[in-house]
Ligand binder design. Sequence first.
Ligand SMILES: [Ca+2]
Ligand SMILES: [Ca+2]
Ligand SMILES: [Ca+2]
Length: 151
Amino acid sequence: MLNRKLVILAGILILLIVLGAPLGAEEDKTRDLSVDARMEEFYDLEDTEPAIELDSNQNGRVDYLIKTGEDGKKMMEVLDYDHNGTMDDFYMYDHGVLIQRAIDSNADGNIDIWVYLEEGVYIARYEEDTNFDGTMDRVKNYDTKDNGEKK
Ligand SMILES: [Ca+2]
Ligand SMILES: [Ca+2]
Ligand SMILES: [Ca+2]
């Protein structure tokens, strides 16, 4: 009786994984690459301490934003690296561990480099929009689980 329950549970789990995979891929395709969307994500983060805003070069414009969770660990950092008044470098954390970094390298308001990390240091996936047309055209996946080396 217990075994049968387990088999049914396992079946449901496999079904969820099979159905979930294409849904996840679809979501990725329609991902909003705009800097505005990243800023929304920053301000929409919940269960955080109030955002800290800094003007590191004291030119009157905020160029560094950070949000930490209630546990005091980093949730997200946002930088205006070239100090042109628009944020261009985004660090996303999972309880203080860096999991994603998104960069607008040509200051056109759209992310063109997106990196996914594991354990804060290993690159799991690298995406780049080399011609700045809003579509990532150079995508590399790295196998970080086997040996930590790039393939
Ligand atoms: Ca900028
Ligand atoms: Ca860009
Ligand atoms: Ca492109």
